[in-house]
Design a binder for this molecule. Structure first.
Ligand SMILES: Nc1ncnc2c1ncn2[C@@H]1O[C@H](COP(=O)(O)OP(=O)(O)OP(=O)(O)O)[C@@H](O)[C@H]1O
Ligand SMILES: [Mg+2]
Length: 282
């Protein structure tokens, strides 16, 4: 599998236009590789540097030192920025800040229009993208009439229409109700499965991270864990030490242990948890 995103000894702090420092060290010597076609979740307490890392991978920010490579392209060279954005699309927390047009299909067309794609090709891409997120029937609606989850799917369609090979979502479900959350997360998984899209999902929801192939935990500008969800979530004490929760099923098994019932802490979703508890009695 080829590598999609690389951070090499990446250091970052915020500065003003004159280069005066506006923050402490936000990213401290981060090295990381994200494989093409993988599904990676990034967890971390508020202020740990997740959004900053996302902005560096999309070229919105450039490193103070170290390197960021997107499909081998160095993001710190201004000439490459168009190419970087073509490969990596970003979806943010608030759908209202991302929607620019008064009609759904115009909104989805906005990104490809900016890439200079022909109107005929844009038509095809917009229809396909809206079908992919199951919003085709709403193509002539006003975004303001949609629910939060539907708006977020339109924002995702706008990215998909630019045909990136990687999508970074920065807490895309934070402002949604449970149904909207579910809908958006299912859509992201479908895009990963069907289109082989590389997905980087920044989230505060442990159950969303549990469904990823790989979980990266950040704390105070550093990566403190980087492993499968099974490995990460079965170390509840490490997560708690950096102010994070574990999925509910892990917590249940953990609490059983604390109460003197020695069950293995090996389940990160409901089905596995049920199996583990049943095994206690059989
Ligand atoms: N524009 C900015 N100027 C100065 N400091 C900033 C700026 N943006 C972020 N920071 C600081 O950088 C650090 C990391 O912020 P970042 O937004 O990357 O964290 P995060 O992990 O995404 O947090 P959250 O979970 O709250 O979204 C924080 O200490 C924050 O105060
Ligand atoms: Mg953030």
């Amino acid at each position: 599998m080829s590598v999609q995103l690389i951070a090499e000894n990446l250091c970052f702090y915020y500065t003003d236009e004159d280069g005066n420092r506006l923050s402490g060290d936000v990213l401290k010597n981060i090295s990381l590789k994200i494989e093409k076609g993988s599904f990676v979740a990034i967890l971390g307490h508020n202020g740990s540097g997740k959004s900053t890392l996302a902005r560096l991978f999309n070229g919105i920010l450039v490193p103070i030192s170290g390197k960021v490579l997107v499909n081998g392209i160095d993001t710190s060279d201004d000439d490459n920025i168009y190419e970087v954005r073509r490969h990596v699309g970003m979806v943010f927390q608030n759908p209202d800040n991302q929607i620019v047009a008064a009609i759904v299909e115009d909104d989805v067309a906005f990104g490809p229009e900016n890439l200079g794609i022909s109107p005929k090709e844009i038509r095809v891409r917009v229809d396909n993208a809206l079908r992919a997120v199951d919003m085709y029937d709403y193509r002539l609606h006003a975004p303001s009439q949609l629910s939060g989850g539907q708006k977020q799917k339109v924002a995702i369609a706008g990215i998909i229409a630019m045909r990136p090979d990687c999508i970074i979502l920065d807490e895309p479900t934070a402002m949604l109700d449970p149904k909207g959350r579910n809908d958006v997360i299912n859509t992201i998984h479908m895009l990963h499965r069907e289109y082989g899209l590389t997905v980087v999902l920044i989230t505060h929801y442990m159950d969303e991270a549990a469904e990823a192939e790989r979980v990266i935990v950040m704390d105070n500008g550093e990566i403190i864990m980087d492993d499968t969800p099974e490995k990460v979530f079965t170390k509840p004490e490490v997560l708690q030490a950096v102010g994070l929760d574990v999925p509910q099923s892990t917590e249940l098994l953990w609490k059983l242990n604390m109460s003197g019932i020695p069950v293995p802490i090996n389940a990160i979703n409901e089905e596995d948890c049920v199996d583990t508890v049943i095994n206690l009695f059989t």
